[in-house]
Ligand binder design. Structure first.
Ligand SMILES: Cc1cc2nc3c(=O)[nH]c(=O)nc-3n(C[C@H](O)[C@H](O)[C@H](O)COP(=O)(O)OP(=O)(O)OC[C@H]3O[C@@H](n4cnc5c(N)ncnc54)[C@H](O)[C@@H]3O)c2cc1C
Length: 382
């Protein structure tokens, strides 16, 4: 995005990428359909130590600007529906490849040159920028660092931007994996493994934030959109809470059931609300002695405990799956030292954009939109 924007302005642009192909994450994204933006774009959907930083770039190149380009290239798209209605998430109808091809076509029209397989060994600043690489030396007036974050090394993730930031005296904020599944140990791990593949709607709470979307049990722990979103707020050692009965008051519901259907088993009634397999696993772990007890025999206190478990299930993740599967890297280059209008650092001619910065979006197309918007901002300035 930065290259094509600068190229359209008549700048001579060379893109150097270490990988054998550009845009690998675009190809892999959104299950192969690239969730390229979100209609509900607001600065609140981004996590950063400097929350106002993203506003300028996001307002100068919006979701509508990207959609205009997508439509101009005849790419068909759709808005994903979730349990809560329309999500604002836009995906290609066909394939992610269409987005990459569109960007490459735009680059070509703008006269941008691209070199892949280019490993940069050093960058020096003296009358512009001088780069040494396995493909020779390059010199330029300006250098835009767009090498992303640490997530998924096999798709190009690297710490190169952080190295350069350090070299030029920029502050770095601690990095950690975001939009990533949780892993568990002990009984919770065994429960997750037994339920692997099963998903249900839930509200996942982490710190003062919560997300109501699908939750997915995996062999190692928990995943699914609600969990991935919460993971970006989680710090090692913290507990998350899961409400498996969103929009309900389980305590009142259980009391009503006890009064109106006293002979029934709790699991029979719960099966109207939750997958049977999940209820079986929870009852084996948390109320094994009561599993075959008719509701009328349950003391109110125990019913309340079961209700609390289902609506405020406290879980302590052992860890996340880390950068191996994380969709994004939290933290990174401190934006306090960059211009929010141009992405230029205090070193003239040196710019940082995209995921390398301490700006991380929620799940749902926000990270690509940040890449487009910050790329455009720098592309207009270089
Ligand atoms: C599996 C997966 C699915 C995703 N799905 C979505 C989605 O649907 N919607 C969404 O909004 N976001 C999604 N994301 C997040 C999104 O892909 C990233 O936030 C976005 O790609 C960041 O763009 P970027 O240009 O900053 O970095 P990247 O896309 O990571 O690009 C960095 C480039 O720099 C190159 N590079 C790295 N190191 C060097 C070096 N030393 N020298 C030269 N080149 C180097 C890499 O090869 C790569 O091509 C997904 C991420 C993953 C991993």
């Amino acid at each position: 995005m930065c290259a094509l924007t600068a190229g359209r302005r008549g700048r001579r642009v060379l893109v150097l990428d270490r990988s054998n192909k550009v845009g690998k994450k675009i190809l892999m994204s959104g299950g192969g359909r690239c969730n390229f933006t979100n209609l509900q774009l607001t600065p609140e959907r981004f996590i950063s130590a400097n929350p106002h930083f993203c506003k300028s770039a996001l307002s100068r190149y919006t979701q509508w600007d990207f959609i205009e380009m997508v439509e101009r290239h005849g790419i068909e798209y759709f808005e994903k529906r979730t349990v809560n209605g329309l999500s604002g998430q836009l995906f290609c109808k066909d394939s992610s490849k269409r987005i990459l091809t569109m960007l490459l076509d735009e680059c070509k029209q703008a006269g941008v040159h691209i070199r892949t397989g280019c490993d940069i060994s050093s960058v020096k600043r003296q009358d512009g920028y001088h780069l040494h690489s396995n493909q020779g030396r390059f010199a330029a007036e300006s250098l835009v660092v767009a090498s992303g974050g640490l997530s998924i090394p096999s798709l190009g993730g690297s710490g190169f931007a952080y190295q350069l930031a350090e070299q030029f005296g920029l502050n770095l904020l601690p990095t950690r994996a975001g939009l990533v599944p949780f892993t568990f140990s002990g009984a919770t791990k065994a429960l997750c493994r037994a339920l692997s593949g099963l998903s249900c709607e839930a509200i996942v709470y982490c710190r003062e934030t919560s997300f109501r979307e699908d939750l997915l049990f995996t062999h190692r722990g928990l995943s699914g959109p609600a969990v991935l979103q919460a993971s970006s707020y989680w710090h090692t050692g913290e507990t998350i809470r899961v409400n498996l009965l969103p929009g309900m008051d389980a305590t009142t519901l259980f009391k009503t059931w006890k009064r109106e259907r006293p002979k029934a088993l709790l699991r029979t009634l719960l099966a109207e609300k939750l997958p049977k397999k999940l209820i079986r696993e929870l009852e084996a772990l948390h109320w094994p002695g009561q599993a075959e007890t008719a509701l009328t025999e349950w003391p109110d206190r125990q019913l309340k405990t079961a209700a609390t478990l289902l609506q405020a299930w406290e879980l302590k993740p052992a860890a996340t799956e880390g950068y191996r599967t994380a969709e994004v890297t939290l933290g990174g280059v401190d934006t306090h030292e960059l211009s929010s209008r141009t992405m230029e650092s205090q070193t003239p001619g040196l710019y940082f954009i995209g995921e390398a910065l301490d700006v991380s979006g929620h799940l749902g197309g926000f990270n690509f939109q940040w890449a487009w918007s910050s790329g455009y901002a720098a592309g207009m300035a270089v």
